[in-house]
Design a protein. Structure first.
Length: 185
């Protein structure tokens, strides 16, 4: 099991102007027992387009997938993320942070972990889709070197919301935050 311990520093501009907040979290591999909590976070964050518990459980067992959760010292799962590596590129499948913990840098720790894992796997690039109206996430991804490559019209259903397709080329220097954690194998 991979364990990444990190102090999640707030990303520039991500604290909503309320002052810097910080959360200490441990990243660990997502387990089947985490599915109900992650599904609840999905519903809170993504409402009608949320993944179901069955979809999350299927993802955990799918080929080429790597899923992690961010957990507080008290054991509460406050974030999650996953990727799919197809042998050439990685695709961020999902990423989310409990609304009451947003602005604490947990999203940055999660995306940094996915980028780090992609590098370990030898991926040439990391791709993701993000709702075009999710300015905070887009800003975070830009801060990590992602660039928009296209727009997918009506990608998010049933909301009919467009997605920005973003790509990070991994042949470029590492742009992750210095405090993003240490990967333990």
């Amino acid at each position: 099991m991979t364990d990444l311990r990190a102090s999640a520093p707030p990303a520039d501009g991500m604290d909503g102007g309320s002052g810097a907040r910080q959360a200490d979290v441990t990243l660990r591999g997502m387990q089947p027992d985490d599915v109900p909590r992650v599904a609840a976070l999905e519903r809170d964050l993504f409402r009608v387009s949320a993944w179901t518990p069955a979809m999350l459980a299927e993802e955990l067992n799918a080929w080429g997938r790597w899923y992690i959760v961010a957990q507080t010292a008290q054991g509460l799962v406050v974030g999650y993320a996953g990727l799919w590596f197809d042998g050439d590129v990685s695709q961020v499948m999902t990423i989310g942070v409990d609304q009451s913990f947003q602005g604490c840098g947990i999203g940055a720790v999660l995306i940094d972990a996915l980028i780090g894992r992609s590098r370990q796997l030898g991926a040439q690039s990391v791709f993701l889709e993000v709702a075009v109206n999710n300015d905070a996430a887009i800003s975070l991804y830009h801060s990590r070197g992602f660039q928009q490559v296209s727009i997918r019209k009506r990608y998010y259903q049933p909301e009919n919301l467009d997605a920005s397709v973003m790509r990070l080329a991994l042949d470029t220097p590492d742009t992750t935050a210095a405090n993003s954690g240490t990967l333990k194998t």
